[in-house]
Design a protein. Structure first.
Length: 156
């Protein structure tokens, strides 16, 4: 709304960075016979709002400001897919206490280990099929594999 108001001369633009943008747009609009600017509210522009939120989240991380978007034409999982091989974990894993807590609210008897499991549990969840997933801030939830499952995937 600020940018549109500045372009329509409703507001002034005192900041030097905004003045550069404004002068560039005003120079570009000289190439057109008619130019109109409208503010489209968030409710009517969900895609742009999501992109702006993603850009803000990336800049907060201190990394690159580049955002690469891609279109995935087919889902990575289709119910009833038969080409998925289930490997039953055999040995103990760091995940076992976490899964026990998420499934049955069972905690280790050691108080430090119990505290660690409770803290970790906030970042994980179990799917209806009992598979462990890690929540992520941006992007899809990540499936956590038992060590034997991961080794089986590398061998195949």
């Amino acid at each position: 709304m600020l940018v549109v108001s500045q372009l329509n001369s409703d507001y002034g633009s005192g900041e030097s960075r905004m003045l550069k943008y404004l002068s560039h747009v005003l120079k570009l609009q000289e190439d057109f016979k008619k130019v109109e600017f409208w503010h489209i509210g968030r409710g009517s522009n969900a895609h742009a709002d999501a992109l702006a939120a993603l850009g803000s989240a990336c800049s907060d991380l201190g990394g690159s400001r580049s955002i690469i978007l891609g279109d995935i034409p087919t889902p990575s999982f289709e119910p009833g897919q038969e080409d998925v091989m289930w490997v039953a974990p055999t040995g103990p894993s760091w995940m076992d206490p976490l899964v026990a807590y998420l499934r049955d609210e069972r905690l280790p008897s050691d108080s430090k280990a119990a505290h660690r499991v409770r803290c970790q549990a906030a970042s994980y969840f179990l799917s209806p099929a009992g598979q462990l997933y890690r929540r992520t801030y941006i992007g899809p939830d990540l499936r956590v594999l038992h060590e034997e499952e991961a080794q089986g995937m590398n061998a195949g």
